[in-house]
Write a protein that binds this ligand. Structure first.
Ligand SMILES: NC(=O)c1ccc[n+]([C@@H]2O[C@H](COP(=O)([O-])OP(=O)(O)OC[C@H]3O[C@@H](n4cnc5c(N)ncnc54)[C@H](OP(=O)(O)O)[C@@H]3O)[C@@H](O)[C@H]2O)c1
Length: 275
């Protein structure tokens, strides 16, 4: 079977999704376990990085009519408008996904009301900007989880796609989805915030003539912490002065922090004390 797909919003995620679907074991040869062959039809209006630009189309009508599946991977604030634009054609029987971890399939209501099958289908992974001149990874979805909620027909397709991408699908309740997204932000964005705080402390240890080493000296510590979490769980992995109740050391740290850093440090320390 051939699944013809199109993308509205070929940016960081959309570009990688195209690349992975065309290059996964199923790919364009149909050699995957589902026996599906993925065929790219169109990219709507633009390709952020120029990939697959020969498939760019400015007309939404043929994009919808000639595709089985349409991914809307625009910024969150633009999903509803893109869905409404597609809904103004005849989308009945087509499958539409949006890829936001934060928003639900309600963003696609205009399409559902016109007889399309809709779901949110979003990867629990981070996809930064694509560096010019560098190859895109063949399958950055391998081993990850996708969150999905929506129509039964659309959810069935998420399973097949995830299987072909060697990833997993977690079907979630629409009203619980926000908790997964908050957890994802904590696990990625806030981890960056903590590492930014750590990097600032390293800078303070340097001299103009002898700059301090970079954050990479912390990589073994970060990796071991993650391994401990995987093996023992989050709470049981805590070590350090707070665990040993060495409050004098915590006070010493606070004395060497800038005001904004101390606010964050105190908040995190207090949070560690909670159950
Ligand atoms: N990147 C990640 O790590 C990640 C991870 C999980 C989920 N997601 C989700 O994936 C979605 C896309 O994220 P992203 O990081 O890939 O964003 P992005 O790089 O900004 O890509 C979005 C692209 O969509 C284009 N676009 C916006 N409205 C459009 C329309 N009506 N028709 C055609 N193209 C349109 C944008 O162009 P303009 O800039 O001109 O508007 C931009 O090129 C978001 O909903 C996000 O929550 C992202």
């Amino acid at each position: 079977m051939t699944l013809k797909f199109s993308i509205i919003g070929a940016g960081n995620l959309g570009t990688r999704l195209i690349h992975a679907l065309l290059n996964c074991p199923a790919g364009s040869s149909g050699g995957g376990s589902s026996g599906v062959r993925y065929e790219l039809k169109y990219l709507y209006k633009k390709s952020k990085y120029g990939y697959y630009s020969s498939s760019v189309i400015n007309d939404i009508e043929p994009l919808v009519q000639e595709s089985d599946i349409i991914f809307i991977s625009t910024q969150e604030s633009k999903i509803k408008a893109a869905a409404q634009e597609a809904a103004a054609t005849n989308p009945a029987g087509k499958i539409f996904f949006h890829t936001s971890n934060c928003l639900t399939s309600d963003e696609l209501l205009s399409l559902k009301l016109k007889g399309a099958y809709t779901a949110s289908f979003s990867p629990l992974q981070t996809f930064p900007g694509i560096e010019p001149g560098k190859d895109i990874e063949l399958n950055p979805f391998k081993g990850i989880y996708f969150l999905a909620e929506g129509d039964k027909e659309a959810l069935q397709t998420t399973m097949e796609i995830a299987n072909d991408l060697e990833s997993k699908v977690l079907i979630v309740d629409k009203d619980k989805k926000i908790h997964y997204h908050t957890a994802a932000v904590c696990s990625s964005n806030f981890l960056i915030a903590i590492l930014k705080l750590a990097e600032r402390q390293l800078h303070k240890a340097g001299e103009p003539a002898q700059p301090a080493p970079g954050i990479e000296i912390m990589f073994p510590l970060i990796r071991q912490t993650l391994e401990n979490v995987a093996y023992r769980g989050v709470v049981e992995s805590l070590t350090g002065p707070f665990k040993r109740k060495e409050m004098g050391i915590i006070q010493k740290h606070l004395e060497h922090l800038e005001a904004d850093e101390a606010v964050l440090y105190k908040a995190l320390t207090e949070f560690l004390a909670k159950d």
